[in-house]
Design a protein around this ligand. Structure first.
Ligand code: ADP
Ligand code: ZN
Length: 738
């Protein structure tokens, strides 16, 4: 071997190893350097196993820029292996980077959302599913659990043992037992899902002129490609879904991929039905109810470009679409798009970022848009597509206020006489009604008549809510629950505990008493878990088995019941208490949406709002149908005060188990706050839940002019303080409550 290395350079026996940066799904600020062993085939986006400390962990090759000033060659550890899944696409990697930069969360923490569960990613090549043995063995012992499993196994598609158990609501032992007894036949299938391509040319309803114009404009934008944001603003029933389906059809026709976000995917049963009617097949789905197997196979199908259209909850934004042709965010104003845990982000805003990265159009649809989106229209950053009227003969419902001071309900009752009359009339005509109360359980407070003790959550600054059907008290913030005590936990008096205030269960009791003929169903997130439960509920209402729905906000969204002509809002003041600056906007949106459930073609609807403040601006605006007036007044107020969307806002949340440490850190933060023009720091103050899950909390707000980069100001500020390890400091850019 000859060498022409000059004597001044150290002699190296091996050429320097190729280096890559690997981002790990951990709250770390940057990617780490690793060496690529000779012959290993990795590139940007590859899923790789690497050593970290004493363990092996799956991360993603972020880029392979050599970084010679990084870790010295001698300390560089090698990549241990490559996980055989498609690489994370460029667009997804850039999304992680930009989302981390915007939210100030560590990129690794954002990446974790994009990786699903790295362990689960490793595809098996085959899986076992079961079909019902036909006929079943004669000597089989039938139990009702076995019957349910057997019935499910007769349906298509064949399911795995885990899915059969989950869907039939039985233990996996039951499924195994039935299989062992010969009632189920195992089948081996490749571990992959096939999604049918929807047919964009399926027959569809003829659109009105207004609908057609908007549909065409949006379809043109899809075909032309390029980033644009359209706010599709139209009253409930105006045909927004119908219209954005045309843009979806245009994308599918051109072979482009589509992502649709819905706020609460468990409630999407009716949406899926309409999709199937329009496109002849179902889209792929993504939400927390998917079984781990379906999750893994869906993730893989998206990564391999086999999914044309997917509908999902906010986490679907992190799916590895190699390219997207259209994003739709339905009910864009919905508060559940805001994720408040871990990486704090707003899925609507991140969807806009995702569309920008994919250079494709995005449609934000709502009957009651967020002030943010309206301000973006006003500033000409977003286009506006407006559908001012309900489709066809359908009229908007007539809304009136019931003044609870003038016509109060009887003692310990919550349905006032005018609402009771309306309910009786409606049910007598064979129509249906909805009683809306945004409170799960029986009563929000349990009080001791003897000593005045209020039963609180041990870990939160909140009362326990009585769930009488389940005989328990529950915390709605942390999930703590206990058996309803017989005596006061404070003074020990027996029989002294009383329920204060109404929840939907208590309203049910009242409705049973005053409307003996009604066929009532209570609907909350407790009762409607998952798309199957939702679909069954829809059936019970459409078939008339149920004619009075008592529900929380879960029934406010999206459902269309043709015979539902009366909506009674039991406590229209509920969302207005508390002094949150977004309370009016939120109440307006929620009540408009609930009201929108009443009335369809041929059946005029009416809405009664029970209130003790009939002069509240929001309620007046809803009763008078003065939507524009409400928005204008709200916008003026925000503009004058410099609140979002006319100024920028971030919350800094300090939390920890030791209240003293938390206070001290919050104080340090306030003292080291930036002193800049057009930036103000407010607080620290105790937020509404000053104790949550055993952690004390304090909050500061940073308020700045629109021209300021609050991310830069915040990073600077945070780098100046060093909180003790017992205290966590979280940043919430654009807080939803303020
Ligand atoms: P939105 O999403 O604005 O609430 P939808 O798209 O759900 O409105 O439409 C409301 C109802 O009106 C649906 O039942 C829908 O099928 C019907 N509809 C809307 N546009 C048309 C149309 N052009 N022809 C027939 N039915 C329509
Ligand atoms: Zn709690």
């Amino acid at each position: 071997m000859t060498s022409d290395v000059s004597p001044s350079q150290p002699l190296s026996l091996f050429p320097p190893a190729r280096r890559v940066k690997v981002l790990l799904p951990l709250p770390l600020d940057s990617a780490y350097d690793y060496a690529v062993p000779e012959g290993m085939d990795v590139g940007p986006g590859s899923f790789v196993t690497v050593p970290l400390g004493g363990r092996q962990i799956v991360g993603i090759v972020w880029d392979d820029e050599p970084d010679p000033d990084g870790v010295p060659e001698s300390k560089l550890r090698p990549v241990a292996g490559v996980v055989p899944v498609p690489p994370l696409p460029e667009a997804s990697r850039r999304f992680v980077d930009r989302m981390a930069a915007y939210t100030l969360a560590p990129p690794g923490q954002v990446l974790r959302m994009a990786m699903s569960s790295p362990k689960a990613l490793e595809p098996a090549s085959e899986r076992t599913v079961y079909t019902a043995a036909d006929p079943a063995p004669k000597d089989l012992r039938w139990t009702s659990a076995r019957r349910r499993v057997y019935a499910l196994a007769q349906e298509d598609p064949p399911r795995s043992a885990a899915d059969l158990a989950r869907e039939a609501g039985v233990s996996s032992g039951v499924v195994r037992g039935l299989a062992d007894a010969g009632g189920l036949l195992p089948m081996r299938l490749p571990d992959s899902i096939f999604f049918e391509t929807p047919d964009p040319d399926h027959p569809r309803a003829a659109l009105s002129d207004a609908q057609q114009n908007i549909a065409e404009e949006m379809s043109r934008a899809v075909l032309a490609g390029g980033f644009s944001v359209t706010l599709l603003d139209g009253v409930t029933g105006s045909g927004k879904t119908e219209v954005y389906f045309e843009a979806v059809a245009a994308a599918l026709g051109a072979g482009k991929k589509v992502l649709v976000l819905l706020p609460e995917i468990a409630l999407s049963a009716q949406w899926l039905e309409r999709f199937e009617e329009r496109f002849g097949t179902l889209p792929a789905e993504w939400h927390s109810d998917l079984s781990p197997g379906t999750r893994r196979r869906t993730w893989k199908a998206v990564a391999e470009g086999r999914v044309q259209i997917l509908v999902g909850a906010r986490s679907a934004l992190h799916l590895p679409f190699p390219d997207l042709g259209l994003i739709v965010v339905d009910e864009e104003h919905d508060g559940s798009y805001k994720q408040e845990e871990g990486v704090i982000y707003h899925a609507r805003d991140m969807a806009v970022l995702r569309a920008q990265i994919s250079d494709c159009p995005i449609i934000l649809a709502s009957a009651t848009p967020s002030l943010e989106s309206l301000a973006n229209v006003e500033a000409q950053r977003y286009r506006l597509a407006h559908l001012p009227e309900r489709h066809g003969e359908a009229e908007l419902p007539q809304v009136s206020l019931v003044d609870l001071r003038k016509t109060p309900p009887p003692r310990q009752r919550w349905i006032a006489p005018p609402l009771q009359d309306a309910l009786e009339e409606t049910l007598a005509k064979g129509e249906q009604a909805l009683l809306f109360l945004n409170r799960r359980g029986y009563a929000p407070l349990t009080l001791c008549r003897t000593c005045g003790h209020r039963i609180e959550c041990p870990d939160c600054d909140a009362w326990l809510v009585e769930h009488r059907f389940g005989r328990r008290l529950e915390c709605h913030h942390c999930g703590f629950s206990m058996k309803t005590p017989e005596k006061c936990p404070s003074c020990g008096d027996e029989g002294s505990l009383v329920a204060c205030g109404p929840g939907v269960e208590r309203l049910f009791e009242e409705a049973v008493a005053i409307l003996p003929e009604a066929r009532i169903e209570v609907v909350t997130s407790d009762t409607l878990q998952g798309p199957l439960a939702a679909a069954a509920f829809v059936d019970r209402v459409t078939s008339g088995e149920v004619n009075l729905i008592i529900g929380t906000q879960i029934v406010a969204k999206g459902y269309h019941f043709p015979l539902l002509t009366l909506v009674g809002v039991v406590d229209a003041d509920l969302g207005l208490a508390g002094g949150d600056l977004r309370a009016s906007e939120r109440t307006f949106q929620l009540l408009s949406q609930v009201a929108g459930r009443a009335g369809r073609a041929g059946h005029k609807g009416r809405v009664l709002l029970q209130t003790a403040n009939p002069n509240a601006t929001v309620l007046r605006a809803i009763a008078d149908g003065d939507r524009d007036g409400f928005y204008a007044a709200e916008a003026d107020m925000r503009r004058d005060l410099g609140w979002p969307p006319y100024g920028k806002l971030a919350a800094i949340i300090v939390s920890g188990e030791d209240e003293g440490h938390v206070e001290r850190t919050a104080g340090d933060l306030a003292r080291s706050a930036p002193r800049l023009d057009n930036v103000r720091v407010l607080g620290p103050a105790a937020p509404p839940l000053a104790l949550l899950r055993g952690r004390h909390r304090r909050r500061l707000l940073l308020k700045a002019d629109r021209t300021i980069s609050i991310q830069r100001v915040l990073s600077d500020w945070m780098s100046r303080i060093k909180p003790p390890s017992s205290v966590r400091v979280q940043i919430d850019i654009d807080p939803y409550s303020f």
